[in-house]
Design a protein around this ligand. Structure first.
Ligand code: COA
Length: 384
């Protein structure tokens, strides 16, 4: 296998983009990434997107995006793994470059969620339709069940969930691409409208339009053309689990996350103690707490305390979601996993401005679909 580097990134601002359709949103990010990498062509492209058919009535977006990007006849395909579509696309691009099949691969993600369609019902198609969605279980409800069980088993406090949101909004306030660039308080979270007890509106990631794109190339090529430090993907792991939460033995851990992490750590030859910062899938505040435990950053049951002690803030033991996380920067589902890898790459390049984690050398990006039925973990390292 060849070593693979991220050589360019494109991430325009996310939010409610009523004046743009899915193709404009994607093409803007892809062109930014191509410009940033300074390449004159791409060999192949992956377009992560959960549900363009239901939101925009548009399928076949691999070919469509290659067309509107002026890149026909390159091979291009949509990648779908619900909210983990982006992470899965990064993995496929990584495999294609590592295998020697292609040299320059664009990996992008896009979701256009504000179209007037019922976003809660569309998102719920990523759950088990017959055993969950038809009975009224939405994603906020599924994560609320996990939150209740975590509180019951480990004494995790309601306020600790709120602290995840407060921290991520503080980071997102410093991210010009975030949907909600504002700080919030614990009281604001606790008094925001209830969505699915114990989760309130400010425990939930929002509904977002947006895209993100990056360019992958062999490290040897990156050394010749890149003016920035080389950031290599040193580990990639992916795993799946039961689609229905009720089919699991536990509600307080996410086995697919643990498995994907185990594989990524093994490939990278590092452990949780070597990671300087991480982007994790905080679709709901409880998700960040469970995932940081399952990645091995904290003991099972101690994720809530870690947030309260400030261990996951910028400047803490292991900064989590310096981008603002899904909570503050937004969650255009297909784009999320790609943007996570961009945040880590920029941190390792040392260009994250006010959000910069000093001396960051190794970072991790964890993305997941549904209530953890699919997950990816990527580990990136700056090579000096
Ligand atoms: N975080 C911060 N602010 C939010 C927000 C969020 N998650 N969601 C909405 N807001 C803001 C809006 O901007 C709006 O502010 P304004 O009054 O100043 O304009 C206000 O809160 C009300 O917004 P509204 O659009 O009416 O909220 P809603 O009740 O329709 O939707 C949620 C709120 C939480 C239900 C919705 O964002 C949601 O379903 N989130 C989860 C998405 C999801 O499941 N993703 C997949 C994860 S697996």
């Amino acid at each position: 296998m060849r070593d693979v580097a991220v050589i360019g990134v494109g991430w325009p601002k996310w939010g409610e983009l009523w004046k743009k359709d899915i193709r404009n949103i994607f093409v803007e990010a892809a062109l930014m990434a191509i410009d940033d990498a300074g390449v004159d062509h791409i060999d192949s492209m992956y377009v992560a997107s959960m549900s363009p058919g239901l939101w925009s009535k548009q399928e076949h977006i691999g070919a469509m995006m290659a067309d509107y990007l002026g890149q026909n006849p390159i091979p291009a395909v949509r990648v779908e793994s619900a909210c983990a579509s982006g992470g899965m696309a990064v993995r496929l691009g990584f495999i294609e470059v590592a295998s020697g099949m292609s040299d320059i691969v664009l990996v992008g993600g896009v979701e256009k969620m504000w179209t007037g369609e019922d976003f809660t019902a569309i998102l719920a198609t990523a759950a088990d339709q017959e055993y969950e969605a038809f009975h009224g279980l939405t994603f906020p409800a599924l994560y609320a069940l996990m939150a209740r069980r975590h509180m019951h088993e480990f004494g995790t406090k309601r306020e600790q969930l709120a602290m995840v949101s407060v921290k991520n909004h503080a980071n997102g306030a410093k991210n010009p691409r975030a949907q909600y660039q504002r700080e919030i308080t614990i009281d604001a979270v606790l008094n925001s409208p209830p969505v699915a007890d114990p989760l309130n509106l400010l425990d939930c990631s929002p509904v977002t339009d947006g895209a993100a794109a990056l360019i992958l190339a062999p490290v040897e090529l990156a050394k010749k053309i890149s003016k920035r430090p080389i950031v290599q993907i040193i580990g990639s792991g992916a795993a799946t689990d039961s689609i229905a939460l009720s089919d699991r033995d536990t509600y307080v851990e996410l086995p697919a996350v643990k498995k994907a992490a185990e594989k990524a750590y093994k490939m990278a030859g590092v452990g949780p103690e070597d990671i300087d910062l991480a982007e994790v899938h905080d679709c709901f505040t409880i998700a960040e707490i469970i995932v940081t435990e399952d990645l091995g950053f904290f003991e099972k049951g101690k994720g809530g305390e870690a947030v309260e002690q400030g261990l996951t803030k910028i400047g803490g033991k292991i900064p989590i979601n310096t981008s603002g996380g899904l909570k503050s920067k937004g969650h255009p589902v297909g784009a999320t996993g790609v943007a996570q890898v961009i945040e880590i790459t920029e941190q390792l390049w040392g260009v994250s401005g006010e959000r910069q984690v000093e001396g960051a050398k190794i970072g991790l990006a964890q993305n997941m679909g549904g209530s953890g039925a699919s997950s990816t973990v990527h580990i990136l390292k700056r090579i000096d």
